[in-house]
Design a protein around this ligand. Sequence first.
Ligand code: DC
Length: 253
Amino acid sequence: MKMNINPFLLPNGVTIALQFLKDKLDKLKSIPLVIAIDGHASSGKSTLATDLGEILKLKYLDSGAMYRAVTLYFLEQNIDFNDNHAIECALKNISIDLEYESNKKSTYLNGVNVERQIRGMDVSNNVSKIARISSVRKFLVHQLRILGKSKGVIMDGRDIGSVVFPNAEIKFYVTASMDERANRRFAELQSKNIEASPETVRQNLEERDKIDSSREDSPLIMAQDAMILDTTFLNRSEQLQSALKLIFNKLGI
Ligand code: DC
């Protein structure tokens, strides 16, 4: 018997058989949602957030890009990471905007698109040191909450389900093996022609895991009501379908 499944092609190139999910998706789209996705670097968070955002028509906000933009500013302005006064003053001069259009992320720091610079190893090697500073976190958490106030957003990061939006309707904790994460990050940097060796990429992930999970202020933890998604052996479509199934179950759809 031939099944009546029409593959939908998402703008980002992901094909997924969705016809049989149409009713469930329509129901889901009618619910005002905040979806929080937390997890380690390169675990698949941003891919999942992109694809779910596309399907559910939610605004995608990459909170890590904001921490990266602050880091870039501090590096450019030679701000001493240990000088609290200099940090507080610098934060007053920072304005960050996130845009996501036609499958392309852009991060604006004081009106300049810095998307490429914030993905480089210089920023990657320093961002966790900046992200553990309480005044930086306070500054960005405030902005992220404003962005998510009217619902209809999907946000990824480290503390979204635990601190930024503890009442989010849906929370994911995304994980994958270190080997898989290092391969993914290296491939991503190569595709963007950003220089890095496989060894430095892995070292950077290990170092950031350590700092992000052990810092005093809002470390990466799994929120109590988060759903775990291990993406080690999942391709992009499988990851998306697993997440949708978990969401339907959670909301009783
Ligand atoms: O998601 P990412 O790898 O681009 O994030 C970069 C860094 O920013 C990450 O190592 C920790 C920090 N971060 C954070 O502390 N809290 C968030 N909500 C998002 C990112």
